[in-house]
Design a protein around this ligand. Structure first.
Ligand SMILES: Nc1ncnc2c1ncn2[C@@H]1O[C@H](COP(=O)(O)OP(=O)(O)OP(=O)(O)O)[C@@H](O)[C@H]1O
Ligand SMILES: [Mg+2]
Length: 248
């Protein structure tokens, strides 16, 4: 077996030259990426750069025009969402859309029962644990439709965690929160990461992102602009110019 193949097999996630277009617009343009088990990667980029689309491709909601997606060495490029979920991909959506007429606990049970494919007893125990972890335990029996924005964001993350992911995809989970709420959320995400879950977090609030991520990727017009150690990436003049609006 070649060294390259061994390395690929050891990665939790590998994206190989992914492409996705809507009509003539290239939304994902030759993106390649590797993520080790338990690693935390941050993604930034301007509005419409193709960040959420990348999550759709990884989780299976959108299929790639070309390229490959490997999860723990298995090619999942053509697998549907539920199969990838059972392999350990959990995602939160940029706009929370819980089952508003179900309680918080019931919302989690759906993910635990269908996503993680576990017994009813195991699902109950796990969901209670996730509610503790995400600070929602006191809201367990409240209807999801009555939650505040912070609570909805927490629920979005909790629903993803209910599926017992090895890879958690967080899409702008801190947007719209106050600074203290954002700090609370960062602590929760740090706790999930310390527990061994790999995380890819798309976020415009860079300081929150950098409190969790040890690697940063910048996407612009569907292409990878830079990737690497966060401070080095943030000081790249092209990143500053395109993302932060600094420079000539
Ligand atoms: N289903 C679709 N059909 C057509 N165009 C789409 C579709 N989904 C996304 N797009 C377009 O693809 C581009 C990238 O969208 P995407 O949601 O991935 O961007 P983003 O980086 O997540 O942006 P934001 O920061 O605003 O969330 C946008 O121009 C968007 O309008
Ligand atoms: Mg988005």
């Amino acid at each position: 077996m070649s060294n390259e193949l061994v390395t690929t097999m050891q990665q939790l996630l590998v994206l190989e030259q992914l492409h996705k277009s809507y009509g003539s617009v290239k939304v994902t343009d030759d993106i390649s990426l590797s993520l080790a088990p338990g690693e935390a990667l941050g993604i930034i980029g301007p509005n419409g750069a193709g960040k959420s689309t990348l999550f759709n491709l990884i989780s299976g909601g959108v299929s790639a025009d070309s390229g490959r997606i490997l999860l723990a060495g298995q090619d999942v490029t053509r697998e549907p969402v539920f199969k990838r979920c059972r392999r350990g991909v959990g995602r939160s959506h940029q706009i929370p859309h819980p089952f508003v007429k179900m309680t918080v606990f019931e919302n989690l049970l759906v993910g635990a029962a269908f996503g993680a494919n576990q017994t009813e007893k195991a699902s109950y125990d796990w969901c209670a644990h996730v509610l503790e972890l995400t600070g929602l335990i006191r809201k367990a029996n409240v209807l999801a439709g009555s939650l505040t924005l912070l609570e909805r964001k927490r629920l979005e993350m909790a629903r993803a965690l209910a599926t017992r992911p090895r890879l958690l995809l967080l899409d702008e989970i801190a947007g719209g929160l106050t600074e203290p709420e954002c700090l609370e959320l960062v602590e929760t995400i740090q706790g999930i990461h310390r527990g061994g879950t790999a995380i890819i977090w798309i976020e415009h609030i860079v300081h929150a992102l950098l409190a969790v991520a040890s690697r940063l990727m910048v996407i612009n017009f569907g292409r990878k602009l830079d990737e690497g150690e966060p401070r080095a990436v943030m000081s790249n003049p092209r990143v500053q110019e395109i993302y932060l609006g600094i420079g000539s």
